[in-house]
Design a protein around this ligand. Structure first.
Ligand SMILES: [Cu+2]
Length: 185
């Protein structure tokens, strides 16, 4: 899972940084003459290595940015409203408190497997964090639910089952029980 990979990468990079700090601290304990000519040559090499790494990084990751998909038409639009302390998730727009109440009591939305789903997320009171968890409990995506704004989150679900929506923004006393649900079939 990507979270574990990120964690191990963090441990390795963090360990390397600590080793570099120890090396620099140990090697500069006593003052000595500096060969500036050699030092600048190393700096020049370092600069080009860094530049190459950055270009490779851009090359590997730029294609994965979401912007080229901006013109894609989603197969399904789902409307989401956060309000203390629940998420209204609905096929049809939620524009007022009555529609929000109806959405929270209605049967959970069902989404087709493999469809490109666009969540249009807003809030009727304070900021909430809209997050989607897979049936296995993996975090698949998240965006802020903000009053006065509609944030769009696009996801494609390949696994059928029950998906949970949790609030990831501390929004008040009932934050821990703020959730929503939908199914993929
Ligand atoms: Cu919350």
């Amino acid at each position: 899972m990507i979270q574990m990979h990120a964690f191990y990468a963090f441990l390795v990079v963090g360990g390397l940084l600590v080793l570099i700090f120890i090396y620099v601290a140990a090697s500069t304990r006593h003052s000595r003459e500096i060969d500036f000519h050699a030092a600048y040559a190393v700096r020049k090499k370092f600069f080009f290595v860094l530049l190459a790494l950055i270009l490779v990084g851009f090359g590997l990751t730029l294609g994965k940015m979401p912007y080229p998909q901006e013109n894609q038409v989603p197969d399904k639009v789902v409307f989401v409203v956060g309000k203390q302390f629940s998420f209204g998730v609905s096929d049809s727009p939620i524009t007022n408190d009555q529609e929000y109440e109806a959405a929270t009591y209605a049967a959970p939305v069902e989404l087709p497997v493999g469809a490109l789903v666009e969540f249009r997320v807003t809030s009727f009171d304070v900021n909430h964090g809209f997050s989607v968890y897979s049936p296995n409990g993996d975090l698949l995506g998240q965006t802020q639910a903000m009053p006065g704004y509609v944030n769009r989150l696009r996801l494609r679900f390949t696994q059928p089952g029950r998906y949970n929506v949790f609030c990831l923004e501390l929004c008040g006393m009932g934050h821990h029980r703020m959730r929503g649900v939908f199914y993929v079939k």
